[in-house]
Design a protein around this ligand. Sequence first.
Ligand code: ZN
Length: 462
Amino acid sequence: MSDWDESTLQRDIKTEGHAPTYTKLYNATYNPRVSYHYNPDVSKYHYGVRHPMKPFRLMLTDQLVISYKLHEQMDLYYPRRATKDELTAFHSEDYVDFLRQVTPDNSSKYLEALREFNIGDDCPVFDGMYDYSSIYAGALLDATRKLISGTSDIAINWSGGLHHAKRTMPSGFCYVNDIVLSILNLLRVHPRVLYIDIDIHHGDGVQEAFYTTDRVMTVSFHKYNGEFFPGTGNFDEIGVKKGKHYSVNVPLRDGIDDDSYIRLFKSVMEPLITSFQPSVIVQQCGADSLGGDRLGCFNLNIKAHAECVKFVKSFGLPMLVLGGGGYTPRNVSRLWCYETSVITDVQLEGKQVPSSVPFRSYFAKENYLLHPYLGERIDNKNTKKYLESVRIQILEQLRFLNGAPSVSMSEIPPDIGGITEEEEQALRELNEEMEVNKNRSEGGVRQLWDEKDEARKGELVD
Ligand SMILES: [Zn+2]
């Protein structure tokens, strides 16, 4: 043995392909059925060269998930797009029509509407904007149906979680609020829904939609100073009327680190879950709360972010797990792949991402590590004293909750989980329309791809 040099014992590429990529962890108490909802078309859209939102981060995530063979541990679904009827369950018809009709070519005809619907730099008109929105919303509705029917215990949709969109306008890169649509469906069956948001931005769109009800508790952890987008999310936003005390906000300052975040998250969520007794949990896992995010300013590492998912999962309730923000694509994909492993109860093998990942060069900057160190880049402005005051303030709010509100449930509508004839027809029309759009923009495809390549290059250097 001692005569062999190092290289004798190294794996060649072929052997590497057969090497285990994960170890299944033994869990004696809870083995949920996990489903994964992903329509790869969602990653092909492009907001614009300089726009920080890069849908191709979803492709990178999916590639990592597949390369680690995590698909073996989940039921995979290729979801259909959401229909117009499904979108108007929350959004106004005018707004949805506008999204369907306006394109970069004809937008000059819609100047008044562009103003009315708040279209601008953050939410530009881009090719396929409506198709993109209906695809990610469709993925979450599919996940929601599987959860409602009991086919799945934890359903994952990394393409969803666009929490800023309002009923009549887009906001913060979000055109359609898939989360609100999903929760509206859950409420047909579930008495109480808990929404948890760990994106660095306040989950304002979801909070606003359910501000007056006690059947949905929204909890958002985010940076707050009154100016940071979207400018809302202070302690005093607690809900109104029946919903009073059911909106919970955890305003944080720059640079929070792993330990403080996890400690605060657990110390707040434990009593909230115990007291509210949700029958289902929706967790938005925005990746812009990681250290090194292009738009974020926290110091969280991947394992700390994932610890929040692990903790919520440990309550053993049905869960929807969603993406959200995240503007350094290689970190977004590492995070959501790792969180997929946490949900499926496996331990990923090796320190580096598998050699079979197609766009592996994206991870070269940090030597292909799955867990590069992302902490200590920003001064931590959250003193112990401040965090303690945050904790006390939230627990104080909890005292006003009178346990879990009871709800008289009407019967489950018979069409739940199915698709009506009108929806079927609408879907056919949408698909035809999508074909037409695709053919029309064919001429500009080459230029679009060049622009995309340019933008991707930018991602590697920041
Ligand atoms: Zn965000």
